[in-house]
Design a protein around this ligand. Sequence first.
Ligand SMILES: C[S@@+](CC[C@H](N)C(=O)[O-])C[C@H]1O[C@@H](n2cnc3c(N)ncnc32)[C@H](O)[C@@H]1O
Length: 252
Amino acid sequence: MTDASPNTEKTWLDAIRRDWDTRARENARAYINWPDVPNEENAFFASGKTDYDHYVTPFLEKMNFDPREKTALEIGCGIGRIARWMSQDFAQYIGVDVSPEMIRKASSYNLPRAQFQAVSGGDLAGIPSESVDFVWSFAVFQHVPDKRAIFNYFREAARVLRSGGIFRLHMKGLWTLPLGRLMLEAGFPDRGPHQKTPRFKIPFVRLRYLDTWQGRSIGPDEAVQHCESTGLEVLDTAGEWTPMMWIGGRKK
Ligand SMILES: C[S@@+](CC[C@H](N)C(=O)[O-])C[C@H]1O[C@@H](n2cnc3c(N)ncnc32)[C@H](O)[C@@H]1O
């Protein structure tokens, strides 16, 4: 994979699309899934069910949200690891992704009530305003190297949600010091539902090179401020200062 040399948002988005298309062609499951899950189709989709049960269902219940009759939108759907489960609970599911190759593979499963659509990587053009009841994204913003694209997705989530609609967005919520294309990151580990998280969470410090795999971290305050500036009300946060930070709430 060639390295991106981005100067502008447009070149970042071009690099993101090119690199994720390459990953989708090389071995989509390996680039999408948790490292410890076997790279085999049944295990891949089963991990989507585990994540859905862990990160989505309890949130819907907490928000008193009944998904029947409702439309869900997933930003960065990949090849439909979560789509398969979300589309069973919602009346309609829309998955969008920057990579047309991911979208082609996701569509090939012909999931009932699901549709897939390629997007620019920084907006939801093509999704009508106030047409969606739940916006969700998982394991996507952590890879996005340009914060403008992430914050624009917040604005777009606010645009496409109906009033009273809810959202849950995952991002890397670490403390970070940008050093050009390098970044120093610090925080606490969170290994998700697939691996045992140690009882005592020992903080880590690491150096990362910014590209289309290692994206920007968003601090908890920054995430809440940007969300609320779009008209979204943040009602639920989790995993602050970990790679598994969640911001959730409702459109007023
Ligand atoms: C690690 S995979 C996760 C896929 C899916 N969310 C899941 O959990 O199975 C990351 C996905 O995000 C997509 N992606 C990366 N940057 C994106 C962007 N700026 N906009 C939309 N999708 C993006 C990639 O093409 C890829 O399909």
